[in-house]
Design a protein around this ligand. Structure first.
Ligand code: SAM
Length: 266
């Protein structure tokens, strides 16, 4: 099991990431691009990965710094940026670093963590260290968008440990590998709110050879008021709590998302 989501330990994850249908079809990009435009920039994207959100943000005319722990994810992001016009590339800076402790030039109007990188932090100490690092880099009044999933109590109560579950559409990578991905939960610790996951990639190569690749990682879930208290403790005022990327109020769908928009207090 690895911290950081396994994005550094398992290079295959970065290779396949942009082709996973559930990631490719996420409906969050317009939400983050609009927030970036409304902030005026510059934006700090923490856990920027392969640039799924970062590149559309730069295309929209906003300066953005992407921070990520994984050299593999950043390499894919760099390769994607090479396909972009110079004007887009000039708005982007990528940094390999840990969200719990990083030092960049401060002065960001907005910090974002799209698609839940914050949930790779397993302790309150790590969460507070990350929020303190982000806060130091924001202007006073600058904003933070914390993007989390709302834990489903039904899922937690009924989870079948050790069983492969989850029907996802099969996808194909550009080199012709066909991939069918499934989820296996190995442990759910209700005291620490840390679940041990395996994402299992059943790969069929163009020559028919089959391979089973596993991304094993722990993930911590947070509840709504816990996240609000954490932000208050870290020097943020929570302005909105959304249940989805259309800005529907938290709780209008269940479990929905848990998206917090907060402002750096003075
Ligand atoms: C689910 S991906 C999200 C990537 C991207 N934001 C997106 O929306 O597609 C989580 C990302 O968080 C990064 N990450 C995990 N732990 C990190 C840490 N401690 N510091 C910086 N990045 C981290 C991973 O390397 C990975 O790229």
């Amino acid at each position: 099991m690895s911290a950081g989501g396994g994005y550094q330990e398992y290079a295959f994850v970065a290779e396949l990431y942009d082709h996973v249908v559930l990631y490719r079809d996420r409906t969050d990009v317009a939400f983050f691009v609009l927030a970036a435009q409304q902030s005026g920039g510059p934006v700090l994207e923490v856990g920027c990965g392969t640039g799924r959100v970062l590149i559309p943000t730069a295309r929209a005319g906003i300066e953005i710094v992407g921070l990520d722990l994984s050299s593999h994810m950043l390499a894919v992001c760099r390769a994607r940026l090479e396909q972009e016009p110079e004007a887009v590339r000039s708005r982007v800076r990528l940094i390999q670093g840990d969200m719990r402790a990083f030092e960049l030039r401060p002065g960001f109007a907005l910090a974002t963590l799209p698609f839940r990188p914050f949930q790779h932090l397993l302790t309150v100490e790590d969460q507070l260290a990350c929020l303190a690092s982000i806060r130091r880099h924001l202007v006073v009044g600058g904003r933070l968008i914390l993007d989390l999933f709302n834990p489903s109590l039904d899922f937690l109560a009924n989870v079948k440990l050790g069983e492969e579950t989850g029907e996802e559409p099969e996808f194909q990578s550009p080199d012709g590998r066909r991939v069918h991905r499934r989820l296996r939960m190995l442990a759910c610790d209700r005291a620490t709110q840390v679940n041990q996951h395996e994402l299992i990639y059943h790969v069929t190569h163009p020559d028919g050879r089959e391979e089973r690749l596993v991304q094993a990682f722990p993930l911590r879930y947070l509840f709504r008021f816990e996240a609000e208290h954490l932000l208050a403790r870290a020097g943020f005022e929570v302005e909105h709590v959304y249940g989805g990327y259309d800005k529907q109020p938290f709780g209008t769908t269940y479990p929905g998302e848990l998206i917090l928009l907060a402002r750096r207090s003075a």
